[in-house]
Design a protein around this ligand. Structure first.
Ligand SMILES: Cc1ncc(COP(=O)(O)OP(=O)(O)O)c(N)n1
Ligand SMILES: Cc1ncsc1CCOP(=O)(O)O
Ligand SMILES: [Mg+2]
Length: 553
């Protein structure tokens, strides 16, 4: 390979196997925290550096636009939108703006020669599917863009005819109108003007009604683009946001409710990029627009309450992160293996038997010394489970303890729990990791050394091993005994918590196994199928402390 030496790869934590193409031996994996399926693919095809040869083409958008230093619009919005929509985005910068939420304080136009060079760099090397244009501040820049597009044809061209910023500042003057009409628009698969831009392109006609927008769409279509989306966001007196899409044959009125927010800076760039993203994935135009509009609405909704800057129009939340974090007042809790020390796994049937609510039970367990809580609901309605989970997250975070959800990734995501616990017949841990992201805590039940190794490869944080003793809480559960627990601990690179039939009397024997990675015990009935959770938890905590000090001495 031109860009690396084999040694560089072998000495790094590169996850694929050392592979000698002349050797028939099974490769040794450098980093086994990689799903086996991926390791297998890599083994099947790689060069002598161990670099996989399997090629995966991801949809690629090139945005040709201006930089917004405030990052709400322009190139920055385009890249965020593409990232959110799962496509690659390269960028050719046409102008650098000094801009914030108040307005545009300065514009430095990039020379057409350098725009041309950037276009050449990207288009001559990378397989661009769709080009999306934004701020094209000079006639020369539009010309070099059209030349490049003729030289390097792409599957689709999305033209967002940016002329005026949301703050009312001019980003492309009237001098470019003629070249826009004559050169660029005829090459476009879609143009996405707002009312002001449509009006400017049509020589200043007034657009005040939906009928005006339809007429504008038709006239703009006559200038050569395959289709036109006239965005009616600025239409006065409209409760809904109404856009008109015209494909040369049919008009489509696309209506969505207005999100009540001032954080709308960059919506135009974002919509055009999202349309480009869907086109690059292979969607037909109308479908691409509908999906893109829905994405923008969701992003606006997620970002409607954020405060960035002091100006009248703030940016929004392209990556749809804000709402997800709303339920937790603190940042993601870091996993500490010592959290497994006294692991309380809830049971609502037991709680009902003793006439108490789940929140009271969780509170009592924590006050008695539980170091982590797992909500385990096998029969609850999803809605009910979610409401309980949200309330328990609040309680656990108030006490600084992590809360995990048993089995249900959807519930964990919806209540922003600290993580999940899954077993061998639940969703595979590597998929759980993909869904939950790198920060959440993932535990996996393991009865064998092989399962323990796989849990580590899959990116779990700890394993639960059991049943150590027979239990009535989980039907048909195989008992592995203390010996089975020892074997799993020896094989595990991850911290281990023992589970199954454990109580204040037998917990000592578990701890006295003296396995260095055995961090604690997980219990259900010994805490929750008792009259007084607080005192039972205190009791168990005291037994554990005693056992640990004995092991240490
Ligand atoms: C800490 C801990 N260890 C093991 C389990 C069991 O999980 P699983 O095997 O998925 O069985 P169910 O709990 O889903 O019945 C656990 N829940 N917690
Ligand atoms: C969920 C689970 N997984 C293995 S054993 C078990 C049940 C543990 O419950 P208890 O502590 O009441 O024996
Ligand atoms: Mg399970």
């Amino acid at each position: 390979m031109a860009f690396c030496s084999c040694n560089q790869f072998l000495s790094s934590t590169y996850p694929f196997p050392i592979f000698n193409k002349n050797s028939k031996s099974v490769p040794k994996f450098l980093n086994s925290r990689v799903p086996q399926s991926l390791q297998f693919q890599a083994y099947m095809s790689m060069d002598q550096c161990g670099v996989p040869l399997t090629k995966i083409k991801i949809p690629h958008i090139l945005t040709v636009a201006g930089s917004d230093s405030g990052a709400g619009a322009g190139i920055q919005a385009d890249i965020k939108a593409c990232a959110a929509r799962g496509v690659y985005c390269s960028s050719v910068i046409t102008a650098v703006t000094a801009q914030n939420t108040v307005g545009v304080q300065g514009v430095d136009i990039v020379s057409e020669a350098f725009v041309s060079q950037q276009l050449n760099s990207v288009l001559s090397d990378m397989q661009v599917d769709v080009v999306k244009t934004g701020m094209l501040p000079s006639l020369g820049i539009v010309n070099v863009l059209c030349q490049s597009l003729r030289h390097f044809p792409v599957r689709a061209l999305v033209v967002d005819p940016v002329m005026v910023s949301t703050s009312g500042d001019i980003l492309a003057g009237p001098s470019i109108l003629s070249v826009f009409r004559e050169e660029l628009l005829p090459m476009a698969d879609i143009i996405t003007p707002n009312i002001k831009e449509a009006s400017a392109l049509l020589g200043g006609v007034q657009l005040e009604t939906i009928a005006d927008m339809c007429s504008a769409a038709k006239q703009l279509h006559a200038m050569g683009p395959r289709s036109v989306l006239v965005k009616g966001g600025d239409l006065p007196d409209s409760l809904d946001a109404v856009d008109i899409f015209f494909d040369g044959k049919q008009y489509h009125e696309l209506r969505s409710s207005r999100v009540k927010t001032h954080n709308t800076h960059g919506t135009g760039c974002t919509l055009a990029s999202a349309i480009a993203a869907e086109l690059a994935k292979g969607s037909p135009m109308l479908r691409a627009i509908k999906v893109a509009k829905r994405y923008v609405e969701t992003a606006l909704e997620y970002g409607k309450d954020i405060v960035i800057g002091n100006g009248p129009q703030g940016p929004f939340d392209h990556l749809l992160r804000l709402k997800r974090g709303l339920y937790s007042s603190t940042k993601q809790m870091e996993f500490n293996p010592s959290d497994l020390f006294l692991y309380a796994v809830t049971d609502s049937v037991m709680n009902e038997r003793w006439g108490r609510t789940m929140t009271d039970a969780v509170k009592a367990a924590i006050e008695g010394g539980a170091t982590i809580i797992q909500l385990r609901e096998k029969d609850a309605d999803t809605r009910e489970f979610l409401e309980t989970a949200k309330a328990c997250v609040e309680i656990c975070h108030f006490y600084g303890k992590p809360l995990l959800i048993n089995d249900r990734i959807d519930v964990a995501l919806a209540c922003d729990a600290d993580g999940v616990h899954v077993g061998q017949s639940d969703m595979p841990a590597h998929l759980v990791r993909t869904l939950l992201g790198p920060e959440k805590i993932i535990g996996v039940s393991c009865k064998t050394p092989e399962q323990a190794k796989q849990a580590w490869i899959d990116g779990a944080d700890y394993i639960g091993c059991g049943g150590v003793y027979p239990t009535n809480t989980k039907a048909n559960n195989v008992t592995v005994g203390l010996e089975g627990l020892r074997t799993v601990c020896l094989a595990s690179n991850l911290p281990v918590v023992a589970i199954g039939g454990i109580n204040a009397s037998n917990a000592r024997s578990v701890i006295e196994l003296g396995m260095p990675n055995l961090e604690g015990v997980a219990v259900v009935s010994a805490l929750f199928d008792r009259e007084n959770i607080l005192s039972e938890t205190r009791n168990l905590h005291a037994s554990l402390i005693q056992a640990v000090s004995k092991v240490k001495s």
